[in-house]
Design a protein around this ligand. Structure first.
Ligand SMILES: *[C@@H]1O[C@H](CO)[C@@H](O)[C@H](O)[C@H]1NC(C)=O
Ligand SMILES: *[C@@H]1O[C@H](CO)[C@@H](O)[C@H](O)[C@H]1NC(C)=O
Ligand SMILES: *[C@@H]1O[C@H](CO)[C@@H](O)[C@H](O)[C@H]1NC(C)=O
Ligand SMILES: *[C@@H]1O[C@H](CO)[C@@H](O)[C@H](O)[C@H]1NC(C)=O
Ligand SMILES: *[C@@H]1O[C@H](CO)[C@@H](O)[C@H](O)[C@H]1NC(C)=O
Ligand SMILES: *[C@@H]1O[C@H](CO)[C@@H](O)[C@H](O)[C@H]1NC(C)=O
Ligand SMILES: *[C@@H]1O[C@H](CO)[C@@H](O)[C@H](O)[C@H]1NC(C)=O
Ligand SMILES: *[C@@H]1O[C@H](CO)[C@@H](O)[C@H](O)[C@H]1NC(C)=O
Ligand SMILES: *[C@@H]1O[C@H](CO)[C@@H](O)[C@H](O)[C@H]1NC(C)=O
Ligand SMILES: *[C@@H]1O[C@H](CO)[C@@H](O)[C@H](O)[C@H]1NC(C)=O
Ligand SMILES: *[C@@H]1O[C@H](CO)[C@@H](O)[C@H](O)[C@H]1NC(C)=O
Ligand SMILES: *[C@@H]1O[C@H](CO)[C@@H](O)[C@H](O)[C@H]1NC(C)=O
Length: 809
C-alpha cells in the first residue's frame, strides 16, 4: 500500500480490501458507480463429478489425489520457478507420487519462442477459412508439436475477445466477430489440440480491449484497477459466453480467467463467472487457470472457482491453502476439487512424463534440439494458409494471373524481416511476428525495454501502436499469440519461383513510398500490412503511409492489385474505388507459408475460398463500440475504469444492420473465380421436437456445455448449391436466422463445399434448441418463443439467395 494516497483514494483502497475478502466488489461508498454491474456472489464451487467421458480420468485422479497431503495438493495449484525448462509456466510437482507437474506453453498459433517448430496461420486466418475440418486438423498438428516439446497445455484457442472493439489488439488471435462462427471453430480447435495436449480456452470473460486490461499501476502495487466490462446477463449468454459453451461441450480441459473485471469483480475472483456460469451452468470439468499475474486475492479466488495461479502465486505459496482448509476459511472439498480437476485433465489429455523437456530455459545456451515438426503437417499448414485469403475486389479479370510477361512488386510487406532467430527474447520477449516493428505512431522505433514497457502499459491513447510492421511481411501477430516459424516464405520468394516457371520478368521496389513504375508492367502488386499485438490496441484501422503507397502506385499503373496482411480488420476506402485498383485480397495472418499460399490463390491453382469473419466499414466511426482508453480524471473512474456494454449483442454486422449503416464489405463476404447459384430451400421444425424451455440450473440434466436438451436438433434447413461458373471452387453457404426479439439476422449455420464446375451439392443445416433460443433472464433459462423465425441462406449476411420461415408454435 502506498501511504501517500489520501482522501478518496484511501477510501477506495479500503473498499478494495474489503471486497477482496469474498472475491466480489461490494463497497457501499461506490454503490452509485457500481450499480450497473455489481457481480452477484455465487459462493459454492461446483465439485466436478467426472461427467460423460471424463469418468475414467476422474476415477484415476481421485485415487491419486486421495494419496496426496494437503500440502501436496496445494503445491500443484500454482506456478513454480523452473531452472530446467523455459515453459510459460509450470505447476508444482509431487515427487513422492511421481506427478511431474504441468507445463503451460503459449499459444494458439503454434509453439512460441522455441526453435524447431512451425508457425501456423493465426486464429483470424482460420476464421476467414470458415472450414471446420481444417480448423480441426490445424489444431491437431499444432497440438502434436506442443506434445513433442513436452508442453502439457497449449494456451489457446481464443474466443474472447469476441470482436466487440474493431481496433482491439487481440482480435486476430480469435476466429472473428460472430460467436457462432468463433464457437464452432474453437470447438474444433479444442478437439484437435486435445488429441495431444490440454487446450486452454481464453479469456473468461469480457476481455475485449487491451487498454487498461491490466492496470500498470496495479502491477506496480498501487490500487488502480483494471477496466470493468459491465455486461448484462442476456448479453453474456447470447454473445460472450457462447463460444465458451461450445468449447466446454467439446471437452475443454482448461479455461483461462481474464485480467479485466466483470461487473467490477476481477475475472480470476469472480464467483458468478467461474462458479456460476462456467462450472455450474456449463458443467465445465476441467480447471481454471489465471491469466499471467491475473490473481489479485488469495483464498477468495479459490472459493470463487479458480484452480491454478500462474506463473506463480504470492497468495497460495507456503501451504496457504492447506492451512486455510485446516482453520476453516476454505472447505476441504475445494482443495480436493482443485487438485482433482488438474490431475483429471492431465490423465485425460496430457500425461507426459517429462514436462517441458523440449523447451529450453534459454535458446542462447547449449541445448538439445527437439524437433517438434512432422513433414505430414505441411499440407495442413499450406492449405489453412490458402483458405484464409479473402478476395474482395476483382475487376477486368485481374485475377487469376496467367503467365504474365512483366510483374512489378511494391511494398515493405513482400519480404521477410532480417531477423528470424526464434529467440523471442532478442525481440523484447514480446514482438516475434512483428519483427521488431515496434514503432511509435510518429514512426520512431521503440528501442529499449523501458520504452517497451511504457508502450505496453501506457494509458495515453497516443501510445496505441504499432499499427504496421514495416520491417517485413506480417505472418504472425505479436505478444503471447506470436509463433516462431521454421522459415518465412514471403511473397517475393514465392513470386520468384513462379516467375521462373512462367518466364515472367519481375521488377521490384520494396522500399520507396513513391516508387517508379515501368509502364510495361502487366500488373503492379502492392504488399502492405496492418499489425496488431497483445498488450496494446491498434492506433488506427488503416495505416496512412501504406494507403499513400497504394495510391501512388495506382496513380501510375492501371492494373494495381493490393495484398493486405491484416491482423484485424482493415479499412480500404482511401483507394478501393480507384478503377486502377483491379483486385484486392485480405491475406490476413497466414503463418510461415504466406507466399506459397498467396501464389496458389493469385495464380488460380485454387480459387480463393475465404470469407470475411468481420465487417469492413467505410469509415472508423461506423464502428460504434469504441475503446475506453481515456480515463476521465478527477472522477472515481480514474481508479475504477468502467465500460458498460450497453449495446448488448449488437456488435459487428448486428450493429451495422441495426443502425442501417452500409458497410464496405459485409460479414461473410468473399469472391471466388467461379459463380454459385442457390436452389430449393426447405425449412422445417422437426415434428417430434420438444419445444419447452430448458432450465439452466437445478432440475436440468447438466452435461458438458450445459443443459443436455440444448443440443437437441429441433429444426433443419436444406438447400442445393450449384457451381455455375467455369472452374472448381469452394462456396461457403451461410444460414442466418431471425430470432424473435433479437437482431434480424444471426449466423446459425455455415457449410463450406468445394464443387466442380457445373456440379450441385445438397446442404443440410441442423439447428439445435440453443441455436433458436433466446436467454430468458427472468426464467434463467434458454427458451424457444412461439412465433415466426425468418430463415436466410446466402453468400454473406447481406447477399441472401434464399428466404424461408420456421414457424414455432
Ligand atoms: C455505466 O452504467 C452506470 C449505471 O448502471 C452509470 O452510472 C455509469 O455512468 C455508466 N458508465 C458510463 C461510463 O457510461
Ligand atoms: C453483471 O450485472 C448485470 C446487471 O446487473 C447482471 O445482469 C449480470 O448478471 C452481472 N454479471 C455478472 C457476471 O456478474
Ligand atoms: C512442490 O513442487 C516443487 C516444484 O516442482 C517441488 O520441487 C517440490 O518438491 C514440491 N513439494 C512437495 C511437497 O511435493
Ligand atoms: C512465503 O514465504 C516467503 C519466504 O519466507 C515469503 O517471502 C512470502 O511472503 C510467503 N508468502 C506467503 C503468501 O505467505
Ligand atoms: C486461515 O489461514 C489463512 C491462510 O494462511 C489465513 O490467510 C487466514 O487468515 C486464516 N484464518 C483464520 C481465521 O485463522
Ligand atoms: C516519437 O514519439 C515518442 C513517444 O512520444 C517520442 O519519445 C519520440 O521523441 C518521438 N520521435 C520523434 C522523431 O518525434
Ligand atoms: C530507455 O528509454 C527511456 C524512456 O525513453 C529512457 O529514459 C532511457 O534512458 C532509455 N534507456 C536506454 C538504456 O537507452
Ligand atoms: C525496422 O525498421 C526500422 C525503421 O524503418 C529500422 O530502424 C530498424 O533497424 C529495422 N529493424 C530490423 C530488425 O530490420
Ligand atoms: C490510372 O493509371 C493511369 C496510368 O496508366 C493514370 O494516368 C491515371 O491517372 C490513373 N488513374 C487514377 C484514378 O489513379
Ligand atoms: C491511477 O491512474 C491514473 C491514470 O489514470 C494515474 O494518474 C494515477 O497516478 C494512478 N494512481 C495511482 C495511485 O497509481
Ligand atoms: C458470374 O455470373 C455473372 C452473371 O450471373 C457474370 O456476369 C459473371 O461473369 C460470372 N462470373 C464468373 C467468374 O463466371
Ligand atoms: C433435409 O435433408 C435430409 C437429408 O436429405 C432429409 O432427411 C430431411 O428430411 C430434409 N429436411 C428438410 C427440412 O427438408
Amino acid at each position: 500500500m502506498k501511504s501517500s494516497i489520501v482522501g478518496l483514494a484511501a477510501v477506495l483502497q479500503l473498499a478494495v480490501h474489503a471486497s477482496a475478502q469474498d472475491g466480489q466488489s461490494s463497497p457501499s461508498d461506490l454503490e452509485n458507480y457500481w450499480s450497473y454491474g455489481h457481480s452477484e456472489s455465487v459462493p459454492d464451487t461446483p465439485v466436478a463429478k467426472g461427467l460423460g467421458d471424463w469418468a475414467d480420468a476422474y476415477n484415476k485422479a481421485r485415487k491419486l489425489v486421495s494419496q496426496m497431503t494437503d500440502e501436496e495438493k496445494n503445491n500443484i495449484t500454482y506456478g513454480h520457478a523452473s531452472t530446467t525448462t523455459g515453459c510459460s509456466g509450470v505447476t508444482g510437482s509431487v515427487p513422492r507420487l511421481d506427478f511431474p507437474g504441468i507445463c503451460f506453453q503459449d499459444a494458439g498459433n503454434g509453439v512460441r519462442g522455441v526453435d524447431m517448430v512451425n508457425s501456423y496461420p493465426a486464429g483470424i486466418h482460420t476464421g476467414a477459412s470458415w472450414n471446420r475440418d481444417l480448423a480441426h486438423s490445424r489444431a491437431e498438428h499444432m497440438g502434436a508439436e506442443f506434445r513433442r516439446k513436452g508442453a502439457n497445455v497449449a494456451l489457446g484457442p481464443v474466443v474472447g475477445p469476441a470482436g466487440r472493439i474493431a481496433s482491439g489488439g487481440r482480435n486476430w488471435e480469435g476466429f472473428g466477430s460472430d460467436p457462432y462462427l468463433s464457437g464452432a471453430l474453437a470447438a474444433e480447435s479444442v478437439r484437435g489440440l486435445q488429441q495431444n495436449v490440454i487446450a486452454c480456452v481464453k479469456h473468461l470473460i469480457g476481455n475485449e480491449q487491451e487498454t487498461n486490461r491490466n492496470s500498470p499501476y496495479l502491477l506496480e502495487g498501487s490500487h488502480n484497477q483494471s477496466i470493468s466490462s459491465n455486461i448484462d446477463d442476456k448479453t453474456i449468454h447470447e454473445l460472450y459466453l457462447w463460444g465458451f459453451q461450445d468449447v466446454v461441450r467439446a471437452g475443454a480441459g482448461s479455461v483461462m480467467c481474464s485480467y479485466n473485471r466483470i461487473n467490477n469483480s476481477y475475472g480470476c475472483q469472480n464467483s458468478k463467472v467461474m462458479n456460476g456460469l462456467l462450472k455450474g451452468e456449463l458443467g465445465f470439468q476441467g480447471f481454471v487457470v489465471s491469466d499471467w499475474t491475473g490473481q489479485h486475492t488469495g483464498i477468495a479466488s479459490a472459493n470463487a472457482g479458480m484452480d491454478v495461479a500462474m506463473p506463480d502465486s504470492q497468495y497460495w505459496e507456503n501451504n496457504t491453502l492447506a492451512i486455510a482448509t485446516k482453520n476453516g476459511s476454505m472447505p476441504d472439498f475445494r482443495l480436493d476439487d482443485m487438485a482433482t480437476r488438474i490431475i483429471a485433465s492431465w490423465y485425460k489429455y496430457a500425461e507426459i512424463p517429462n514436462p517441458g523437456h523440449g523447451i529450453p530455459v534459454s535458446l542462447l545456451e547449449p541445448h538439445d534440439l527437439v524437433d517438434a515438426r512432422d513433414p505430414k503437417s505441411k499440407n495442413v499448414i499450406l492449405q489453412s494458409a490458402v483458405e484464409g485469403h479473402v478476395l474482395v475486389k476483382n475487376t477486368a479479370g485481374a485475377l487469376p494471373l496467367q503467365k504474365p510477361k512483366f510483374l512489378s512488386l511494391f511494398g515493405y510487406d513482400a519480404i521477410p524481416s532480417a531477423l528470424n532467430t526464434a529467440d523471442d527474447s532478442s525481440l523484447g520477449g514480446w514482438s516475434m511476428g512483428l519483427q521488431n516493428a515496434l514503432t511509435y505512431p510518429n514512426g520512431s522505433a521503440v528501442n529499449n525495454e523501458t520504452e517497451k514497457y511504457m508502450f505496453l502499459s501506457s494509458t495515453d491513447p497516443s501510445f496505441r501502436g504499432p499499427g504496421v510492421a514495416f520491417n517485413g511481411t506480417l505472418f504472425a501477430g505479436g505478444g503471447s499469440g506470436a509463433s516462431t516459424p521454421a522459415y518465412i516464405d514471403a511473397p517475393l520468394h514465392a513470386f520468384q519461383r513462379q516467375a521462373y516457371d512462367d518466364d515472367t520478368y519481375l521488377a521490384w521496389d520494396l522500399i520507396s513510398l513513391e516508387p517508379h513504375v515501368n509502364p510495361a508492367s502487366d500488373a503492379c502488386l502492392v504488399f502492405i500490412n496492418e499489425a496488431s499485438s497483445e498488450g496494446w490496441d491498434r492506433p488506427y484501422l488503416a495505416d496512412p503511409s501504406s494507403d499513400k503507397l497504394v495510391r501512388n502506385v495506382a496513380a501510375k499503373c492501371p492494373n494495381t492489385i493490393v495484398v493486405i496482411h491484416n491482423a484485424g480488420l482493415r479499412l480500404v476506402d482511401e483507394w478501393i474505388e480507384n478503377p486502377n485498383i483491379t483486385a484486392v485480397l485480405y491475406a490476413h495472418v497466414p503463418g510461415q507459408d504466406s507466399g506459397r499460399a498467396l501464389v496458389e490463390v493469385m495464380y488460380g491453382k485454387q480459387s480463393p475460398s475465404g470469407r470475411l469473419p468481420y465487417t469492413v466499414a467505410r469509415k472508423e466511426s461506423d464502428y460504434k463500440e469504441l475503446l475506453e482508453p481515456v480515463i476521465p480524471s478527477g472522477t472515481q473512474n480514474e481508479y475504477y475504469p468502467q465500460d458498460n456494454f450497453t449495446e448488448g449483442v449488437y456488435i459487428d454486422y448486428k450493429a451495422f444492420i441495426q443502425n442501417e449503416i452500409q458497410p464496405r464489405f459485409e460479414f461473410g463476404y468473399g469472391l471466388t473465380y467461379s459463380n454459385f447459384s442457390y436452389l430449393d430451400l426447405d425449412a422445417s421444425v422437426h415434428s417430434n421436437a420438444n419445444l419447452q424451455y430448458t432450465a439452466a440450473g437445478s432440475g436440468a440434466k447438466i452435461v458438458e456445455g450445459g443443459s443436455e436438451a440444448l443440443w437437441d436438433i429441433v429444426a433443419s434447413v436444406n438447400c442445393t448449391i450449384q457451381n455455375t461458373g467455369k472452374v472448381r471452387a469452394a462456396e461457403v453457404a451461410q444460414l442466418y436466422v431471425g430470432i424473435p426479439g433479437g437482431p434480424p439476422k444471426v449466423l446459425r449455420g455455415f457449410e463450406k463445399r468445394t464443387i466442380d464446375s457445373g456440379k450441385k451439392e445438397h446442404i443440410q443445416f441442423d439447428l439445435t434448441r440453443r441455436d433458436l433460443s433466446h436467454w430468458d433472464v427472468e426464467k434463467q433459462a434458454w427458451g424457444l418463443q412461439a412465433g415466426k423465425y425468418p430463415i436466410y441462406v446466402g453468400k454473406s449476411v447481406l447477399d441472401i439467395q434464399l428466404h424461408g420461415m420456421l414457424d414455432i408454435s
